[in-house]
Design a protein around this ligand. Structure first.
Ligand SMILES: *[C@@H]1O[C@H](CO)[C@@H](O)[C@H](O)[C@H]1NC(C)=O
Ligand SMILES: *[C@@H]1O[C@H](CO)[C@@H](O)[C@H](O)[C@H]1NC(C)=O
Ligand SMILES: *[C@@H]1O[C@H](CO)[C@@H](O)[C@H](O)[C@H]1NC(C)=O
Ligand SMILES: *[C@@H]1O[C@H](CO)[C@@H](O)[C@H](O)[C@H]1NC(C)=O
Length: 156
């Protein structure tokens, strides 16, 4: 009887050992989804097309510019560039499907370029589509990184 119990316990322990990594992986996936974040980040330059010009890193940045995330023409989020010309938009992955975001959404700069350089146009604005560059793990947070594919100027 005691022998039977011992065998049963051994089988149980072995079964648990086999099942545990699987359960842990599934749990990890689930928690990973809950602790995910989508980050759209980029630098806006004060140039005819919003990109780094011929002068490279010497190109002045475009601070205090309103950058909107538009999906199918609707504004879903926005950010303002800081003193370094950097904007950052954070999204909840449970509310945005990545393929839809990459295919249907773009960035629109609402502040006229003339605000950072009077020689640049005061009408029309900069636009860019989005591109996935990968993900970074910040602690438990899985951050999906998206950047602009490159801005371009569109007349109003
Ligand atoms: C590049 O730098 C030179 C020298 O500082 C300047 O004269 C020129 O206007 C700059 N070009 C652009 C496109 O900013
Ligand atoms: C702008 O934001 C970036 C990213 O958060 C940061 O590294 C940089 O120091 C900020 N610049 C200024 C002038 O606040
Ligand atoms: C302002 O824009 C003009 C036209 O692109 C450019 O030649 C000039 O260098 C810019 N000025 C500054 C201070 O960047
Ligand atoms: C983070 O999320 C991305 C996209 O959902 C996924 O491909 C990647 O494997 C995840 N990384 C980790 C470490 O969980």
């Amino acid at each position: 009887m005691a022998m039977k119990t011992l065998v049963f316990v051994c089988v149980l322990v072995a079964a648990m050992a086999l099942a545990a990594p699987m359960a842990e992986a599934q749990l990890g996936g689930l928690i990973g989804n809950l602790l995910g974040l989508i980050r759209i980040q980029g630098t806006l330059f004060c140039s005819v097309d919003g990109n780094m010009g011929v002068n490279g890193t010497a190109t002045p940045v475009f601070p205090n510019a309103l950058v909107q995330l538009q999906c199918g023409g609707t504004v879903v989020s926005s950010s303002t560039t800081n003193g370094s010309g950097i904007f950052s938009i954070l999204l909840d992955p449970l509310q945005f499907l990545l393929p839809a975001l990459l295919n249907n959404c773009n960035l629109a700069v609402k502040t006229p370029l003339s605000n950072c350089n009077a020689s640049l146009p005061s009408v029309g604005g900069l636009f860019s589509s989005l591109q996935l560059v990968g993900s970074t793990l910040i602690g438990l947070l899985n951050v999906t990184n998206i950047i602009p594919t490159g801005f371009g100027f569109l007349r109003a």
